[in-house]
Design a protein around this ligand. Structure first.
Ligand SMILES: *Cc1c(COP(=O)(O)O)cnc(C)c1O
Length: 418
């Protein structure tokens, strides 16, 4: 039997109230909501509410998207930037712009988000997984060359948790030596720097995400960049052939922002959160649909960014350095915790400035299976990315022992405390 949305909401409220009461009676530290959307502030809420009122008027405004792309390119130190509706759609545009074709192979980490291999599969490109190292959770350069075949055309590298990948230099060298196209997945590391240059600027293409759990937040959103003028023309072709989403979708995105503000950020969020969940119940978006988790391409896939989303993006971009500074200031707290408990800390590569979107730690497997200890010990719920090799799908990837360790043991702490 399917539960009515109204009933489901009521049950949710009842469950939260009961848990709160039980926590008080038993003297347990009260369980707080997972820290999410920490970069949404009152001004973002105001902008979203304003946009919702005049949606059709601003929807067609492409100038604001161009302004957002220009601002991002300048801030990021990139020659060209193109805004898409999500990081994964930005990645797909890069794959097409790179001229990758069915039968080509890409080497990528066996520890990633399922939407990354999906983007390659949608283009018919075969994904060859390679293991990560456990210092920064990036591709391990020492084993990549063994995976290169006559069909290998590209390498995808990532910078996870806001850390600059340990083998960044060596991997770029390997790619150049073999004439491979490099795509940098900067979805979790927007603003991190290596040798004074922001990540994403050393590859042929890079993509960034402003999905709601990322460095900056437009609920859903992505950016593709390149510093190569010829590749930029190819990317522009992809971009010009894409359409922005319609107002139904934009309304849902803005409603999700408003709802999340009231759930996660309002001073009286325990009350406003419940009300917002009721009001916006049927008007919200999920980041990854069940179909996508199973590898199915959504029919709307391939959109560029809509004007109202870029408006939010501009506001978030103006604050991103402040949030990244806050994350760097929070990191020593988790580092001290690791020292006191004897757990492995992430490495910070020489000459790099990480942004610690999350602070990853190799803990005991039991601490990842049951995370309730974290309320008492650190006052906040820890994160569990990644729960599988291809998060959040349950798929397993063979021959990536380090990725298996990370899947079993790596938990992460929030970069910004609630
Ligand atoms: C979130 C994420 C993506 C996808 O970004 P979307 O904007 O959600 O499509 C890709 N790679 C990594 C590592 C991510 O964390």
């Amino acid at each position: 039997m399917k539960t009515e949305p109204g009933t489901k909401w009521l049950l949710g409220v009842a469950r939260r109230r009961l848990n709160g009461a039980l926590d008080r009676i038993s003297g347990r530290p009260s369980q707080k909501p997972f820290p999410s959307c920490q970069t949404l502030e009152k001004d973002d809420l105001r902008i979203a509410l304003g946009l919702l009122k005049k949606l059709t008027a601003v929807e067609k405004d492409t100038r604001i998207v161009t302004e957002y792309e220009r601002e991002f390119a300048t801030w990021n130190g990139s020659r060209h930037a193109f805004a898409f509706s999500s990081g994964r759609e930005a990645l797909s545009a890069c794959i097409s712009a790179a001229g990758l074709e069915p039968g080509d192979e890409v080497i990528l980490p066996g520890y990633t988000c399922v939407v990354v291999p999906n983007a390659f599969h949608f283009a018919g490109v075969k994904t060859i997984y390679s293991d990560i190292e456990l210092d920064t959770y990036g591709l391990d350069a020492s084993i990549i060359e063994a995976k290169i075949t006559g069909n290998t055309r590209a390498l995808l590298i990532h910078h996870l948790y806001g850390l600059v990948s340990r083998d960044y230099d060596r991997i770029i060298e390997i790619a150049r030596k073999h004439g491979l196209i490099v795509i940098e997945d900067c979805a979790q590391a927007t603003g991190a720097e290596y040798r004074g240059v922001k990540v994403g600027n050393r590859a042929d293409f890079a993509f960034y995400s402003s999905e709601q759990s990322k460095v900056f937040n437009t609920i859903q959103g992505g950016m593709a960049t390149t510093n190569n003028d010829t590749l930029a023309e190819k990317l522009a072709e992809q971009y010009n052939n894409a359409s922005p989403p319609g107002s139904d979708w934009v309304e849902k995105l803005l409603s999700t922002l408003v709802m999340n503000y009231y759930i996660h950020r309002h001073e009286m969020k325990r009350v406003t959160g419940d009300i917002a969940k009721l009001v916006y119940m049927n008007k919200t978006l999920v980041s990854t649909t069940d179909d996508e988790t199973k590898g199915v391409k959504p029919d709307y896939y391939g959109r560029r960014m809509a004007g109202p989303v870029a408006r939010i993006g501009l506001n978030q971009l103006a604050k991103i350095d402040r949030f990244n500074k806050l994350r760097r200031e929070t990191a020593p707290r988790w580092s001290a915790w690791c020292d006191s408990r004897g757990f492995k800390k992430p490495s910070v590569v020489d000459d790099s400035v990480p942004i610690f979107l999350r602070y990853p730690v190799i803990a005991d497997p039991s601490m990842k299976l049951n995370t309730s200890w974290s309320y008492a010990e650190i006052g906040v719920e820890i994160g569990k990315w990644f729960i599988s090799n291809l998060h959040p799908s349950k798929s397993h990837v063979d021959n990536c022992p380090n990725a298996d360790i990370a899947v079993e043991r790596c938990v992460n702490f929030p970069g910004i405390m609630p």
